[in-house]
Design a protein around this ligand. Structure first.
Ligand code: ASP
Length: 337
Protein backbone atom coordinates (compact mmCIF):
# COMPACT_ATOMS: atom_id res chain seq x y z
CA UNK A 1 0.00 0.00 0.00
CA UNK A 2 1.51 3.35 -0.94
CA UNK A 3 1.70 6.29 1.44
CA UNK A 4 -1.08 8.30 -0.12
CA UNK A 5 -3.47 5.33 0.02
CA UNK A 6 -2.50 4.61 3.59
CA UNK A 7 -3.06 8.22 4.54
CA UNK A 8 -6.39 8.34 2.74
CA UNK A 9 -7.57 5.29 4.64
CA UNK A 10 -6.25 6.86 7.84
CA UNK A 11 -8.28 9.95 7.04
CA UNK A 12 -11.42 7.93 6.74
CA UNK A 13 -10.91 5.85 9.86
CA UNK A 14 -9.61 8.57 12.19
CA UNK A 15 -11.62 11.78 11.87
CA UNK A 16 -10.12 14.60 13.88
CA UNK A 17 -13.16 15.11 16.08
CA UNK A 18 -12.84 11.52 17.31
CA UNK A 19 -9.16 12.10 17.89
CA UNK A 20 -9.73 15.12 20.13
CA UNK A 21 -11.89 13.14 22.53
CA UNK A 22 -9.47 10.29 23.00
CA UNK A 23 -6.57 12.73 23.24
CA UNK A 24 -7.98 14.02 26.51
CA UNK A 25 -8.54 10.48 27.74
CA UNK A 26 -5.03 9.27 26.97
CA UNK A 27 -3.07 12.34 27.80
CA UNK A 28 -2.00 11.40 31.30
CA UNK A 29 -1.80 7.71 30.77
CA UNK A 30 1.50 5.90 31.19
CA UNK A 31 2.16 4.21 27.91
CA UNK A 32 5.07 2.24 26.56
CA UNK A 33 6.28 1.48 24.06
CA UNK A 34 5.17 4.59 22.24
CA UNK A 35 6.23 6.58 19.19
CA UNK A 36 5.20 10.12 18.29
CA UNK A 37 6.05 12.00 15.13
CA UNK A 38 5.46 15.29 13.36
CA UNK A 39 2.61 15.78 10.90
CA UNK A 40 -0.02 13.45 9.49
CA UNK A 41 2.67 11.72 7.45
CA UNK A 42 3.84 10.43 10.83
CA UNK A 43 1.10 7.78 10.71
CA UNK A 44 2.98 5.56 8.26
CA UNK A 45 6.28 6.43 9.93
CA UNK A 46 4.91 5.34 13.30
CA UNK A 47 3.60 2.12 11.78
CA UNK A 48 7.11 1.27 10.61
CA UNK A 49 8.66 2.15 13.97
CA UNK A 50 5.96 0.13 15.71
CA UNK A 51 7.02 -3.08 13.95
CA UNK A 52 10.25 -2.80 15.95
CA UNK A 53 8.86 -1.40 19.19
CA UNK A 54 6.12 -4.02 19.42
CA UNK A 55 8.62 -6.86 19.08
CA UNK A 56 10.82 -5.56 21.91
CA UNK A 57 13.26 -3.81 19.59
CA UNK A 58 15.17 -0.72 20.59
CA UNK A 59 13.90 2.83 20.25
CA UNK A 60 17.02 3.64 18.24
CA UNK A 61 16.23 1.00 15.61
CA UNK A 62 12.60 2.10 15.64
CA UNK A 63 13.27 5.78 14.93
CA UNK A 64 15.77 4.94 12.20
CA UNK A 65 13.28 2.59 10.53
CA UNK A 66 10.54 5.23 10.69
CA UNK A 67 12.77 7.87 9.13
CA UNK A 68 14.06 5.47 6.45
CA UNK A 69 10.46 4.71 5.55
CA UNK A 70 9.60 8.31 4.74
CA UNK A 71 12.92 8.93 3.01
CA UNK A 72 11.76 6.27 0.53
CA UNK A 73 8.72 8.31 -0.41
CA UNK A 74 9.18 10.00 -3.73
CA UNK A 75 6.47 12.63 -3.46
CA UNK A 76 7.32 13.95 -0.05
CA UNK A 77 9.19 16.96 1.34
CA UNK A 78 11.63 14.55 2.96
CA UNK A 79 14.44 12.64 1.30
CA UNK A 80 15.52 12.87 -2.33
CA UNK A 81 11.92 13.46 -3.48
CA UNK A 82 11.92 16.74 -1.52
CA UNK A 83 12.11 20.25 -2.87
CA UNK A 84 15.48 21.65 -3.97
CA UNK A 85 17.33 24.74 -2.87
CA UNK A 86 17.31 27.88 -5.03
CA UNK A 87 20.03 26.36 -7.24
CA UNK A 88 17.83 23.35 -7.98
CA UNK A 89 19.79 20.94 -5.78
CA UNK A 90 18.17 18.72 -3.13
CA UNK A 91 20.26 18.85 0.05
CA UNK A 92 19.30 16.69 3.00
CA UNK A 93 19.63 17.23 6.75
CA UNK A 94 19.20 14.54 9.37
CA UNK A 95 20.15 13.57 12.90
CA UNK A 96 19.65 10.75 15.36
CA UNK A 97 20.13 10.57 19.14
CA UNK A 98 19.88 7.68 21.58
CA UNK A 99 19.17 7.25 25.29
CA UNK A 100 22.83 7.62 26.22
CA UNK A 101 23.21 10.98 24.45
CA UNK A 102 25.08 9.36 21.59
CA UNK A 103 24.25 11.36 18.51
CA UNK A 104 25.13 11.80 14.87
CA UNK A 105 24.06 14.13 12.09
CA UNK A 106 24.55 15.07 8.46
CA UNK A 107 23.77 18.38 6.79
CA UNK A 108 23.68 19.48 3.18
CA UNK A 109 24.00 15.87 2.03
CA UNK A 110 23.41 15.37 -1.71
CA UNK A 111 22.32 12.31 -3.69
CA UNK A 112 22.21 9.86 -0.78
CA UNK A 113 18.86 8.19 -0.18
CA UNK A 114 18.99 7.60 3.57
CA UNK A 115 20.59 10.50 5.43
CA UNK A 116 19.27 9.17 8.75
CA UNK A 117 21.29 5.98 8.33
CA UNK A 118 24.38 8.00 7.44
CA UNK A 119 23.76 10.06 10.60
CA UNK A 120 23.63 6.84 12.60
CA UNK A 121 26.94 5.73 11.07
CA UNK A 122 28.47 9.11 12.02
CA UNK A 123 27.27 8.43 15.56
CA UNK A 124 28.53 4.86 15.73
CA UNK A 125 31.70 4.91 13.64
CA UNK A 126 33.29 8.33 14.14
CA UNK A 127 34.35 10.46 17.10
CA UNK A 128 32.28 13.33 15.60
CA UNK A 129 28.68 14.46 15.73
CA UNK A 130 28.06 16.33 12.45
CA UNK A 131 29.41 15.86 8.92
CA UNK A 132 28.42 18.31 6.19
CA UNK A 133 28.27 18.60 2.40
CA UNK A 134 30.93 16.86 0.33
CA UNK A 135 32.56 15.36 3.43
CA UNK A 136 29.28 13.80 4.51
CA UNK A 137 28.75 12.39 1.03
CA UNK A 138 32.30 11.00 0.91
CA UNK A 139 31.76 9.34 4.30
CA UNK A 140 28.46 7.87 3.08
CA UNK A 141 30.07 6.39 -0.03
CA UNK A 142 32.92 4.94 2.02
CA UNK A 143 30.31 3.27 4.20
CA UNK A 144 28.45 1.51 1.43
CA UNK A 145 25.80 4.06 0.51
CA UNK A 146 25.14 4.51 -3.19
CA UNK A 147 25.21 7.75 -5.19
CA UNK A 148 21.67 8.36 -6.49
CA UNK A 149 20.53 10.43 -9.47
CA UNK A 150 20.38 14.20 -8.99
CA UNK A 151 17.11 14.41 -10.94
CA UNK A 152 14.22 16.08 -9.12
CA UNK A 153 10.95 14.26 -8.41
CA UNK A 154 8.01 15.33 -10.60
CA UNK A 155 6.39 17.30 -7.79
CA UNK A 156 9.67 19.03 -6.98
CA UNK A 157 10.29 19.84 -10.68
CA UNK A 158 6.85 21.41 -10.95
CA UNK A 159 7.27 23.44 -7.76
CA UNK A 160 10.78 24.56 -8.68
CA UNK A 161 9.81 25.74 -12.16
CA UNK A 162 6.93 27.72 -10.64
CA UNK A 163 9.23 29.20 -8.06
CA UNK A 164 11.80 30.15 -10.69
CA UNK A 165 9.21 32.34 -12.39
CA UNK A 166 8.75 34.36 -9.20
CA UNK A 167 12.36 33.93 -8.20
CA UNK A 168 11.76 35.45 -4.80
CA UNK A 169 13.23 34.19 -1.61
CA UNK A 170 10.40 34.36 0.86
CA UNK A 171 10.43 31.25 2.98
CA UNK A 172 6.77 31.41 3.96
CA UNK A 173 5.92 28.55 6.23
CA UNK A 174 2.70 29.54 7.96
CA UNK A 175 0.44 28.10 5.34
CA UNK A 176 -1.12 25.06 6.90
CA UNK A 177 -4.31 27.07 7.12
CA UNK A 178 -4.56 26.68 3.37
CA UNK A 179 -5.13 23.00 3.94
CA UNK A 180 -8.86 23.48 3.80
CA UNK A 181 -9.48 20.18 2.06
CA UNK A 182 -8.32 18.02 4.91
CA UNK A 183 -4.96 17.24 6.37
CA UNK A 184 -3.54 15.56 3.27
CA UNK A 185 -3.37 18.55 0.96
CA UNK A 186 -0.35 18.99 -1.32
CA UNK A 187 2.93 20.47 -0.18
CA UNK A 188 3.00 23.06 -2.92
CA UNK A 189 0.43 25.68 -3.77
CA UNK A 190 0.01 27.29 -7.16
CA UNK A 191 0.67 30.74 -5.73
CA UNK A 192 4.21 29.58 -5.00
CA UNK A 193 4.02 29.02 -1.26
CA UNK A 194 5.46 25.80 0.03
CA UNK A 195 4.59 23.67 2.96
CA UNK A 196 7.13 22.10 5.28
CA UNK A 197 7.13 18.49 6.14
CA UNK A 198 10.16 17.70 8.26
CA UNK A 199 9.81 14.32 9.85
CA UNK A 200 10.83 14.28 13.50
CA UNK A 201 10.05 11.25 15.62
CA UNK A 202 10.60 10.17 19.19
CA UNK A 203 10.18 6.64 20.52
CA UNK A 204 10.30 5.02 23.95
CA UNK A 205 10.85 1.27 23.90
CA UNK A 206 9.80 -1.45 26.34
CA UNK A 207 12.97 -0.86 28.40
CA UNK A 208 11.94 2.81 28.73
CA UNK A 209 14.84 4.01 26.62
CA UNK A 210 14.09 7.05 24.48
CA UNK A 211 15.61 7.85 21.08
CA UNK A 212 14.78 10.34 18.36
CA UNK A 213 15.49 11.05 14.71
CA UNK A 214 14.85 13.84 12.23
CA UNK A 215 15.05 13.83 8.45
CA UNK A 216 14.28 16.58 5.95
CA UNK A 217 15.17 18.28 2.71
CA UNK A 218 14.90 21.49 4.70
CA UNK A 219 13.24 24.70 3.71
CA UNK A 220 12.34 24.68 0.03
CA UNK A 221 14.34 27.07 -2.18
CA UNK A 222 16.75 27.89 0.61
CA UNK A 223 20.18 29.32 -0.17
CA UNK A 224 22.59 26.61 -1.23
CA UNK A 225 24.51 25.64 1.90
CA UNK A 226 21.81 26.71 4.35
CA UNK A 227 21.37 24.36 7.30
CA UNK A 228 18.19 24.43 9.36
CA UNK A 229 17.39 23.20 12.83
CA UNK A 230 16.74 19.61 11.82
CA UNK A 231 20.29 18.20 12.03
CA UNK A 232 21.30 20.36 15.01
CA UNK A 233 21.20 18.51 18.31
CA UNK A 234 19.37 20.72 20.81
CA UNK A 235 17.53 22.58 18.03
CA UNK A 236 15.67 20.06 15.84
CA UNK A 237 16.02 17.15 18.28
CA UNK A 238 17.03 16.55 21.85
CA UNK A 239 16.84 13.44 24.01
CA UNK A 240 17.59 13.19 27.72
CA UNK A 241 16.68 9.74 28.90
CA UNK A 242 16.12 10.91 32.47
CA UNK A 243 13.54 13.47 31.39
CA UNK A 244 12.20 12.98 27.86
CA UNK A 245 12.71 14.22 24.33
CA UNK A 246 11.47 16.81 21.86
CA UNK A 247 11.60 17.49 18.13
CA UNK A 248 10.48 20.33 15.90
CA UNK A 249 9.23 21.36 12.49
CA UNK A 250 8.91 24.79 10.95
CA UNK A 251 11.23 27.71 10.34
CA UNK A 252 14.51 26.27 11.54
CA UNK A 253 16.25 29.58 12.13
CA UNK A 254 13.75 30.46 14.87
CA UNK A 255 14.22 27.07 16.51
CA UNK A 256 18.01 27.36 16.43
CA UNK A 257 17.87 30.83 18.02
CA UNK A 258 16.28 29.45 21.18
CA UNK A 259 17.90 25.96 21.16
CA UNK A 260 14.28 24.88 20.88
CA UNK A 261 14.17 21.19 21.69
CA UNK A 262 16.79 21.45 24.41
CA UNK A 263 14.67 24.19 25.93
CA UNK A 264 11.55 22.00 25.78
CA UNK A 265 13.37 19.16 27.55
CA UNK A 266 14.68 21.55 30.21
CA UNK A 267 11.14 22.80 30.82
CA UNK A 268 10.03 19.19 31.28
CA UNK A 269 12.90 18.73 33.74
CA UNK A 270 11.45 21.64 35.73
CA UNK A 271 8.20 19.69 35.97
CA UNK A 272 6.15 21.04 33.08
CA UNK A 273 4.04 18.59 31.10
CA UNK A 274 5.20 17.93 27.52
CA UNK A 275 2.44 20.17 26.18
CA UNK A 276 3.23 23.05 28.56
CA UNK A 277 6.96 22.69 27.87
CA UNK A 278 6.31 23.00 24.12
CA UNK A 279 4.03 25.98 24.76
CA UNK A 280 6.68 27.79 26.77
CA UNK A 281 9.24 27.29 23.98
CA UNK A 282 6.77 28.67 21.42
CA UNK A 283 6.17 31.66 23.72
CA UNK A 284 9.91 32.28 23.76
CA UNK A 285 9.94 32.55 19.95
CA UNK A 286 6.93 34.84 19.89
CA UNK A 287 8.27 37.07 22.65
CA UNK A 288 11.45 37.78 20.69
CA UNK A 289 9.63 39.11 17.63
CA UNK A 290 5.86 38.95 17.58
CA UNK A 291 5.49 40.49 14.09
CA UNK A 292 7.89 37.98 12.60
CA UNK A 293 6.28 35.10 14.45
CA UNK A 294 2.92 35.98 12.90
CA UNK A 295 4.37 35.15 9.50
CA UNK A 296 6.04 31.92 10.55
CA UNK A 297 5.23 28.47 11.74
CA UNK A 298 7.13 26.43 14.32
CA UNK A 299 5.74 23.37 16.02
CA UNK A 300 7.26 21.26 18.80
CA UNK A 301 6.29 17.78 19.93
CA UNK A 302 7.57 16.24 23.15
CA UNK A 303 7.37 13.10 25.25
CA UNK A 304 8.35 12.63 28.87
CA UNK A 305 9.64 9.60 30.73
CA UNK A 306 6.11 8.51 31.66
CA UNK A 307 5.18 8.28 27.99
CA UNK A 308 3.01 11.39 28.22
CA UNK A 309 3.19 13.55 25.13
CA UNK A 310 2.13 16.94 23.89
CA UNK A 311 2.69 19.57 21.23
CA UNK A 312 2.40 23.28 20.63
CA UNK A 313 2.76 25.50 17.57
CA UNK A 314 2.79 29.18 16.71
CA UNK A 315 -0.06 28.85 14.21
CA UNK A 316 -3.04 26.67 13.61
CA UNK A 317 -2.51 23.62 11.42
CA UNK A 318 0.39 21.73 12.96
CA UNK A 319 -0.39 18.03 13.33
CA UNK A 320 1.32 15.14 15.03
CA UNK A 321 0.82 11.38 15.04
CA UNK A 322 0.90 8.97 17.96
CA UNK A 323 1.13 5.17 18.09
CA UNK A 324 1.04 3.11 21.28
CA UNK A 325 -0.83 0.09 22.56
CA UNK A 326 -3.73 2.46 23.26
CA UNK A 327 -3.94 4.54 20.13
CA UNK A 328 -2.96 5.10 16.54
CA UNK A 329 -4.01 8.62 15.69
CA UNK A 330 -3.36 12.04 14.28
CA UNK A 331 -3.73 14.95 16.71
CA UNK A 332 -4.15 18.63 15.92
CA UNK A 333 -1.61 20.61 17.93
CA UNK A 334 -2.69 23.50 20.11
CA UNK A 335 -1.37 26.88 18.96
CA UNK A 336 -0.76 30.35 20.28
CA UNK A 337 -1.58 32.87 17.54
N1 ASP B 1 12.68 22.75 10.10
C1 ASP B 1 12.99 22.63 8.70
C2 ASP B 1 14.12 23.54 8.34
O1 ASP B 1 14.17 24.66 8.84
C3 ASP B 1 11.86 22.94 7.80
C4 ASP B 1 10.64 22.12 7.99
O2 ASP B 1 10.20 21.83 9.10
O3 ASP B 1 10.06 21.74 6.99
O4 ASP B 1 14.91 23.18 7.51
Amino acid sequence: MNRRKFLQIGAITTPLFAVKKSFAKNFDQTTKPIVISTWDSGMSVNAEAWKILSTKGTSLDAVEAGAVHIENEINCCVGLGGFPDRDGIVTLDSCIMDHQANCGAVAGLERIKHPVSVARKVMEKTPHVILVGAGAQQFALENGFVLESSELSNEAKHAYSKWLKKNEYTPVTNIENKKQNGPFAPNFFEDGTVNHDTMGLIAMDARENISGAVTTSGMAFKLHGRVGDSPIIGAGLFVDNEVGAATSSGTGEEVIRICGTHLVVEFMRQGYSPEMACKKAVERIIKRDMEKAKRLQVGFIAMNKKGQYGAYAIQKGFLFSVKSNNENQIHPSKYLL
